[in-house]
Design a protein around this ligand. Structure first.
Ligand code: DGY
Length: 320
């Protein structure tokens, strides 16, 4: 008998065919997320679950006594309570590697958009404000040759460093728990203390995973250390930044600007002050959202799922 699995989101046909070869499966076909009560009903006899950003709780797991693996279609796994899952004998898996370059592309888009004020220029042209005179109020800040500080030099941070160094001749420095000597050599990087990094970077990117240690890692103190011309970029998780402190720094022009793909609360509330600030570029947490990356992520999630329910070791088990 094939193991049973449930999938809470539509997946590419090829991925569905792969799962069908190995599992008996059903899929939540609606566009809206599955309500918790229905999810609990659906998982009561399954061995595996694909559930992007599953909010894994005791109550959820107690409804799924046969569950062996929860496969996330994302690299971040802050929605997993890994201790709780372990106590229920449930493995958590995620989808690293296949999205790194894609997210790094968006990060560069954010850096360029904020520095060169592309959304403001677009609005300017569309709204008919372009007269024959050049408008100096839209002048931006150079990216090439500037100093980029990366907080959290993991897989994606490395891809950004490569683009920065070889594409834009930037001076790249980083703050990371451990030293990355091989990357220092490869890209001419310099490890700095958090304080030094804040003080000496023109662009500051946070790419740390969310954990109790990284929650509000960037707050009032960090913004106060930044250059007044600094641009802050976040494409990891919104909660690694104290959003109120960021809003204050942007409002008071303590820093030049920001570009954000992630927020403390998602989707962003219409009343969030960030929405009314011109010196911030906003995207709706879509760093990995290209068709190619998302298809590859779905396939990786399926491979993790199938391995987990057929007694093999999934290739991408999450680690604390
Ligand atoms: C990821 O893969 O973690 C992206 O941020 C989507 O959540």
């Amino acid at each position: 008998m094939k193991p049973k699995v449930f999938i809470t989101k539509q997946i590419p046909e090829e991925v569905e065919r792969y799962i069908a070869e190995h599992c008996e499966y059903s899929i939540w076909e609606e566009e809206t997320p599955i309500p918790e009560a229905q999810l609990k009903e659906k998982i009561k006899d399954v061995d595996g679950l694909i559930c992007p950003k599953a909010n894994v709780t005791e109550s959820l797991l107690s409804h799924a006594p046969n569950l062996k693996v929860i496969s996330n279609i994302a690299v971040g796994y802050d929605s997993f309570d890994t201790e709780l899952m372990e106590s229920h004998g449930v493995l958590g898996t995620h989808t690293p590697y296949v999205l790194d370059e894609t997210v790094a592309d968006l990060i560069f888009g954010l850096i360029l958009s904020a520095a060169r004020r592309i959304p403001e220029m677009d609005k300017f042209v569309r709204s008919g404000q372009w007269s024959s005179m050049e408008d100096t109020s839209l002048f931006g800040k150079d990216v090439h040759g500037a100093t980029l500080g990366i907080v959290g030099l993991g897989r994606i941070g490395e891809k950004v460093a490569r683009r920065a160094k070889f594409g834009f001749n930037m001076n790249v420095q980083y703050y990371n728990r451990s030293r990355r000597e091989e990357l220092e050599e490869k890209y001419g990087l310099e490890k700095k203390s958090m304080e030094e990094l804040m003080q000496s970077s023109d662009f500051i990117l946070t790419m740390v995973p969310l954990s109790p240690e990284t929650t509000k890692l960037i707050g009032e103190k960090e913004f106060s250390l930044m250059k007044q011309e600094a641009v802050f970029i976040n494409a990891s998780r919104g909660k690694v930044v104290d959003e109120s402190a960021l809003i204050e720094a942007l409002k008071s022009n303590k820093i030049r600007g920001a570009a954000l793909d992630v927020f403390e609360q998602e989707p962003v509330d219409a009343a969030n002050p960030l929405l009314s600030l011109d010196n911030v570029v906003l995207t709706p947490h879509l760093g990995s959202a290209t068709q190619q990356a998302r298809d590859a992520m779905a396939m990786k999630a399926a491979e993790n799922l199938v391995a987990g329910v057929t007694g093999q070791a999934p290739p991408n088990v999450v680690k604390e």
